[in-house]
Design a protein. Sequence first.
Length: 165
Amino acid sequence: MRIGIGYDVHRLTERRKLVLGGVAIPFEKGLLGHSDADVLVHAVCDALLGAAGLGDIGMHFPDTDPEYKDISSIKILAKTYELVSSKNFKIMNLDSTIFADAPKLSPYREAMQKNIARTIEIEPACVNIKATTFEGLGMIGKGEGIGAMCVVLIQLREKKNNYPD
């Protein structure tokens, strides 16, 4: 078994839609980034890549590559899942936290959970999503950004034969 941790933060800005966990959330600002800037999904990707020893999201999906301009982070997660699976790992569970003083995220938690679970082919019960505030402190508390972190557990799949990979 292997454990990975991921963290991401993006600045909130006008004229962008807010996407978290692949869910468009009604809010007056969105996250600034090369892709859709979904901090939750980016944290999940980094946790998975780290657990599998495959570097980080920037190595595989650089913000200098026009292919990833405005891409849905769920598509990046699907490609990350393919990378992790290709190394013969299966995902056991993930636990994540979104850091945001606004908007309230509880109405969207289940949809985020289902999107992530479907993309990485695990049961929704194995995807935990929490949200907390910064109580008005720092850039997140002042409404300037949103962050997320994630911890994942992956396990090497059983080999079907006795031959090395």
